[in-house]
Design a protein around this ligand. Structure first.
Ligand code: DGL
Length: 283
């Protein structure tokens, strides 16, 4: 039994797709979430900047003495997972492997679509792993940089003409490739699932990387004997690097719980991401 919280971070709202599933699977666990809303989006940034941000986000969460950290961000998972695992002596989980394993299982026609931020697509991380786990799979990948600002501005509901127009433009070549599985390779994208699903049609399985990563995390914490145990309800705390109001409003809608009193603003630049001595990070 381990009562320490689980730390989760993303550039903004997207990581809530992991939080929602973590809370469903492990209601007794305390969760501490950091959304770097002052610096979102991450997806167009260089590797060096992403590693710097990832170290700061991790250093902030480590101030809560977490038993594990979930990188609920495709961009950071594809760019800095190995760095964070090397530098931290607690388990650090990313979204790529859980998502790719789910896609490899789901695809029957060996045609897989992949959408993500520019940094995630540029990294090639999803494709490399898919080539290992599902040899011969044909991947059609596309960066969708406008999806993140749409989500951060609450423009993700079906019927939103802007979201639907942008989705149609991004997804047309993926649909034309005849994929039967689409990896939503950025944790913001599942908020657009109704819009994306309506365009792709019922024959395409959508892989939610945040939810897959949450399942992966729950299984690994179980196996390592790190679950909190008991039947209580865990506390969910949220921290952001910009003002709290918009985040609290959108998070409350998405999580279907009023998180208003649990959202606080912090200065992430105070956490310089001093690496801890190398330990056995796991993933
Ligand atoms: N939600 C993140 C991801 O999964 C970051 C998106 C962004 O900030 O560009 O990639």
């Amino acid at each position: 039994m381990d009562r320490r919280p689980i730390g989760v971070f993303d550039s903004g709202l997207g990581g809530l797709t992991a939080v929602r599933e973590l809370a469903r699977l492990m209601p007794e666990e305390d969760l501490v979430y950091f959304g770097d809303t002052g610096r979102v989006p991450y997806g167009g940034r260089s590797r060096d900047i992403l590693i710097k941000y990832a170290r700061q986000d991790t250093a902030f969460l480590r101030s809560f003495d977490p038993k594990a950290i979930v990188i609920a961000c495709g961009t950071v998972s594809t760019t800095a997972l190995d760095v964070l695992q090397r530098e931290n002596d607690i388990p650090i989980f990313g979204v790529v492997e859980p998502a790719v394993r789910a896609a490899a299982l789901a695809s029957q026609n060996h045609r897989v679509g992949l959408i993500g931020t520019r940094a995630s697509i540029r990294s090639g991380a999803y494709e490399r792993l898919l080539a290992r786990l599902h040899p011969g799979a044909e991947v059609t990948a596309r960066a969708c940089p406008l999806f993140v600002p749409l989500v951060e501005n609450g423009r993700f509901l079906p019927g939103d003409i802007v979201a639907e127009t942008v989705a149609a433009e991004y997804l047309a070549p993926i649909q034309a490739a005849g994929v039967d599985t689409l990896i939503l390779g950025c944790t913001h994208y599942p908020l657009l699932k109704p819009v994306i699903g309506a365009y792709m049609g019922p024959g395409v399985t959508l892989i939610d990387v945040g939810a897959q990563c949450a399942r992966w995390t729950a299984e690994r914490l179980d196996r390592a004997g790190l679950r909190a145990g008991g039947t209580g309800t865990g506390r969910h705390r949220f921290y952001v690097s910009d003002s709290t109001e918009d985040f609290a409003a959108l998070a409350s809608v998405f999580l279907r719980e009023d998180v208003g009193s649990e959202v606080e603003q912090i200065d992430i630049t105070e956490y310089e991401g001093a690496a801890r001595p190398a330990g056995a990070g796991q993933g």
